[in-house]
Design a protein around this ligand. Structure first.
Ligand code: XMP
Length: 508
């Protein structure tokens, strides 16, 4: 195994992700537990992460014993500075802080740069910098702002870089990590999602024992993959609760029930709460009030069902790594609420359920890979993300059962045409929005006065930023024709060409 020692960088999980991509098993442990982790994991090599702290100001540190254990060590950013500090080099506050794209010149051949060009683009993000390197090290790459952009002690197999090889902006970053793993540390790269599945099954069994687990299903990929994985681990000790808000895409509620109850044979409580939710939403047109109403009701309904399951001690969630990051603002302080996100959570205190979150370290595409590994269909794992408050936030103004129905029909046609055109997988998310605006049209010889439907499709890698998708006009044209012809109450279709920022992906 590879051990990643975490000093609190925002992107430590990305290191793990790159390492997994290379087919190597790794674990992240905080610097405070580094010694224990080395004892229990017996790693073959160690990576030291970045950190928002400064070694000059008594930042997080580890026992220098690590460097006497004959293990290859790779220090990244703060990891480089800490290595220098602990091994007798010198770190000073940088006069010019370096943030963003930079270019390094590789001045000495090294196995860590095998296959790279003499000049590469990297991503820098540091204030302090190394000003003297420890004995035994030499400089192997330089950049304008960092004369010690990369250093190495080839004999002891210690490597360190000032830039971040784990982020995508460092063009050949994965190659650098792969070189460390394969060329230097001697890993073979035989780990895969199949191994992850086995490890997690063992972990879930160890955590849960003979206890009972409740899992909230949303119909989305994350909670479904978590449920199937947990079911594989503990079988009937798992009960799923699916709260049907009536705000899902067309026929999706029935699909969830069929997949879990009939296909996987997982005990499932299907709570038909459609009327409850639509009732609670009646007359509400403020987006935040809608979100809060749905979020609160969801928790109430879920809790009431969960409380009926006798002796449940665990709550399973499909929390992914980006959820963990987004819910904690980077500064640790309050950040502006753009939209109050809703996810399953918040059980009453008296239930005191412990969390089971087997996907906590994964990114979305890794969850999809795990889903495939577990036998979920491509159609299912490749599904676009869907927001917790569902179609309610795609109906500006007050939500009514009729509007939900209309939107479901139009949305289904839109997605059908996108699939037929072979474009579904190029799009991060595509959906329709039913506007509270009526316009005049003509059908046959008659005047119509009906609603406007907006279509939205965006490309994105994480939902944080997005560009509108450039459809071939003919595809949009077919969508508009079919929707106006087949969906009662809609006589005009428009396409949203706003990027995020300044727009958001959803309309509310
Ligand atoms: P926005 O509209 O903020 O959306 O640009 C970014 C991504 O988040 C999804 N989204 C949600 N997901 N609960 C969720 O689980 C929510 O309340 C929620 N609101 C938005 C949205 O669909 C897009 O993928």
């Amino acid at each position: 195994a590879l051990l990643i020692i975490d000093f609190g960088s925002q992107v430590t999980q990305l290191i793990a992700r790159r390492v997994r991509e290379c087919g190597v098993y790794c674990e992240i442990h905080p610097f405070t537990k580094a010694a224990d982790a080395i004892d229990s994991l017996r790693p073959k090599a160690v990576i030291l992460s970045g950190s928002p702290h400064s070694v000059i100001h008594q930042g997080p540190t580890i026992d220098a014993k690590l460097f006497a254990m004959n293990l290859p060590v790779f220090g990244i950013c703060y990891g480089e500075q800490l290595m220098c500090d602990l091994l007798g080099g010198k770190v000073e506050a940088g006069h010019d802080r370096e943030f963003g794209r930079a270019s390094i010149d590789i001045i000495k051949p090294s196995p860590i740069f095998k296959g790279l060009n003499d000049n590469e683009t990297v991503w820098m993000s540091h204030g302090d910098r190394v000003t003297a390197i420890p004995e035994g090290f030499e400089v192997i790459a330089v950049s304008e702002g960092a004369p010690y952009a990369a250093i190495a002690d080839e004999k002891r197999k210690f490597y360190a870089v000032q830039f971040h090889p784990e982020v995508v902006h460092t063009a050949r970053g994965t190659d650098i990590i792969r070189n460390f793993l394969f060329e230097i540390a001697g890993f073979t790269g035989d780990w895969s999602m199949a191994s992850f599945r086995d490890e997690q099954v063992a972990k879930i069994r160890a955590q849960v024992g003979t206890g009972k687990v409740i899992c909230g299903l949303s119909g989305g990929v994350d909670s479904s993959v978590a449920a199937v994985l947990i079911h594989e681990a503990i079988g009937e000790q798992l009960t799923c609760v699916f709260v049907d808000t009536g705000l899902l895409r067309k026929e999706e509620g029935a699909q969830v029930v069929a997949l879990f109850r009939d296909h996987y044979n997982i005990p499932l409580i299907h709570v038909e709460a459609q009327e409850l939710f639509l009732g609670a939403l009646a007359g509400i047109d403020d987006p935040e009030t809608k979100r809060k109403t749905i979020g609160k009701l969801f928790i109430d309904v879920f809790d009431a069902e969960a409380a009926k399951i006798d002796g449940a001690q665990f709550l399973a969630q499909g929390t992914l790594y980006p959820d963990v990051v987004e819910s904690v603002s980077p500064s640790g302080g309050p950040s502006a609420v753009i939209k109050s996100h809703h996810n399953v959570g918040g059980l009453p205190d008296y239930m005191e359920l412990k969390l089971v979150e087997p996907l906590r370290e994964l990114f979305k595409d890794e969850v999809r890979a795990l889903g495939r590994e577990l036998g979920l269909s491509e159609q299912f794992v490749g599904r676009h993300p869907f927001p917790g408050p569902g179609l309610a936030i795609r109906i500006p103004g007050a939500v009514t059962p009729e509007k939900v129905k209309t939107l479901q029909e139009a949305d289904a046609i839109y997605l059908d045409e996108i699939r037929k055109a072979g474009l579904y997988d190029q799009i991060w998310q595509a959906f329709a929005v039913l506007l509270p605006v009526k316009t005049v049209g003509v059908m046959g010889d008659a005047r119509t006065y009906e609603d406007v439907l907006a279509l939205r499709a965006v490309t994105s890698s994480d939902g944080m930023t997005a560009d509108f998708f450039e459809f071939p006009w003919a595809v949009l044209g077919r969508c508009a024709t079919r929707i106006v012809n087949e969906v009662r109450g809609v006589n005009r279709v428009v396409y949203d060409v706003t990027s995020k920022p300044p727009g958001t992906i959803e309309w509310e």
